[in-house]
Design a protein around this ligand. Structure first.
Ligand code: DGP
Length: 112
């Protein structure tokens, strides 16, 4: 079982900030911004490369959660960045699809 599936099953600790039947969001272990939360579908999907039509509703829930987290954390107005890394060149290190929400400082563009 992957590390994020263990968080989904509450087998390893995480600071959970949002939780419903489809998705869970928790603070990143190695934050890259004052706010750094990961939002994941509870059902295991390895990466965008593995997404199928039937995943659409669950993946849509990631954005519903992102909006809720941004509001709850007080960054909806100041702004935030949503990132989903896919594969080695993008720096994906955990093979369970996850949406990063980063906020609390000005972001640079383009990303490195
Ligand atoms: P990515 O590089 O896009 O695959 O991002 C994976 C993120 O997951 C990275 O920012 C660190 C975070 N992470 C890895 N293991 C754990 C963990 O066990 N708990 C938490 N909260 N975050 C983790």
């Amino acid at each position: 079982m992957c590390i994020f599936c263990k968080i989904v099953n509450y087998e390893i600790p995480a600071t959970i900030v949002y939780d419903n039947d489809d998705v869970i969001a928790f603070r990143d272990l190695h934050p890259k911004a004052p706010l750094h939360v990961l939002i994941i579908p509870k059902r295991h999907i390895s990466s965008v490369n593995d997404v199928v039509e039937g995943d659409a509703a669950a993946l849509g829930q990631l954005f519903v959660a992102a909006r809720a987290v941004a509001e709850a954390e007080g960054v909806a107005k100041s702004g935030y960045r949503l990132v989903m890394n896919t594969g080695a060149h993008a720096g994906q290190t955990v093979d369970h699809i996850h949406l990063h929400i980063l906020a609390g400082r000005a972001m640079t563009w383009p990303p490195g």
